[in-house]
Each structure stands twice: as C-alpha cells, then as structure tokens.
Design a protein. Structure first.
Length: 242
C-alpha cells in the first residue's frame, strides 16, 4: 500500500475547492476530489473521470511529462485503467453543455493524480488471519459514495509495507444477519512506530448484498492505538447504485 506522509496530504487539501464559476474558468483555480477512471480509448489514450459528486472530467492536458502515469514512476504498467480509484487535482479549462442545458462534462488540466487503494471485502479465516493482522489503526473519517465505503486512515510506521483490509466472518448472509458485522483490520508487518502516515482506502460493498433485498445494513468497527473503538453504521442501498 502506498504511504503518504501526513504533511504532504494536508498540503494537497489546502488547494482551493468549491463550486465552478459560471462566468468562466481561471488557470489559477484548482479542485481536488475522488473519482473512478473510465478508459474510453487506447489509441490515442482517452479517459473519463467520474467524480464522486457526479461531475465527469475529460482530461485534455497534463502537468506531467508522461501524462496519466502514477506520480514518481515511469513504469508503463502503472498507467491508469478503467476501474481505478483516484484522488485528482485538476484545473477546469472549459465545459460541454448538453441539449438540456446541463453540463455534460468538464475539460480539465490534470495537475496531479494518485491511485487510491480499492479492495473487496474478505472473509476472515484461520488461514488468512495472520496476514490480515490485528494492529491498531486510526480512522479519521468514513463515508459512503454509491457502492463504496471510504476511509481516511492514519497509522505509525517507517520501513515496512502496511496492509489494510475490511473483513467479515465467512458464511451466507441473510436478512436476519443485519447489520452485517465488518471489521477494518491493519497489518503493520512488525514495523516500528516512528512516523505518522495518512492514506485513503475504499472498499466495494457489493459483496455484502443479500438476495431478495435492495439494501443491507452494516456496522464497521476498528481499534486505535489507545484501544478506543471506532464504529460506523450504514445502509448500502444497492438497488440505487447498480
């Protein structure tokens, strides 16, 4: 999992965010948000970014020498692809308005982009319990966007790669199981607790769908470094998100 030092992340979010200016767009304005990548063409490479707030972005310029590679690498295998979740910093250059008068998409310059860890929900078993780990984790925020459950997390480390998973007990889910019990788990791989790191991670909720229902209640728990329990209760309305 990529680790981002807290001060870098705070600096990123210091960027101005807000509503788009109906009178025009300035190259000095930047927006930051989460979205999902859709690759609509490969030659030439063409992407659409479906933002969590419903906006659709069409990248037409990039601040990178090699556009749409992950920051800090020239590896072609790291190119973004459909289904990737990203945190994007962008400048709006223009927009395209549909016949109904609403804005269909925004033409943007990409200032920076980072891939966000996106995973499914795991069944915890005797075989994988050690690798999943039970180290503490700090949850700073938790929110839902469509079929995703998103976390802003903080943890201590230095040398090792840390693993974050959302887990549940194995077995078929039924209406009587609600709320479905989920646990956010952290494996620090024996790392020392020297440096505070901050990161975002998203999990797909489709694996807790219950046949015959259009929504499911769930509860997420985790524990921080002081043994304090974090708890989040939500409803995944998959009938509206699929």
């Amino acid at each position: 999992m990529k680790k981002y030092v807290l001060i870098i992340l705070l600096g990123l979010f210091f960027t101005v965010t807000g509503c788009l200016d109906d009178d025009g767009y300035s190259l000095n304005d930047m927006w930051v948000g989460f979205g999902m990548v859709e690759q609509v063409n490969s030659d030439p490479m063409d992407y659409r970014i479906h933002m969590d707030n419903g906006d659709v972005l069409m990248p037409v310029a990039s601040g990178y020498q090699l556009p749409w590679y992950y920051q800090g690498t020239n590896d072609p295998n790291s190119r973004l692809k459909s289904g990737d979740r990203i945190l994007i910093n962008y400048t709006v250059l223009a927009d395209k308005t549909g016949d109904d008068g609403n804005i269909d998409l925004y033409h943007v310059k990409v200032n920076s982009v980072k891939k966000i860890l996106l995973k499914g929900i795991l069944d915890i078993t005797e075989e994988n319990s050690d690798s999943i780990g039970s180290d503490p984790i700090i949850v700073k925020d938790c929110w839902q966007t469509d079929g995703l459950l998103n976390f802003e997390i903080r943890y201590w480390g230095r040398y090792e790669v840390h693993y974050i998973n959302l887990v549940k007990e194995p077995g078929d889910l039924t209406e009587e199981n609600q709320p479905v019990e989920l646990e956010l788990r952290h494996n620090a791989n024996g790392d020392v607790e020297d440096i505070p790191y901050s990161a975002f991670v998203s999990f797909r909720l489709d694996e807790i769908q219950i046949a015959g229902l259009d929504s499911v209640q769930f509860r997420v728990t985790s524990k921080d470094y002081e043994g304090k329990e974090f708890e989040y209760e939500g409803v995944y309305r998959y009938g509206e998100n699929n």
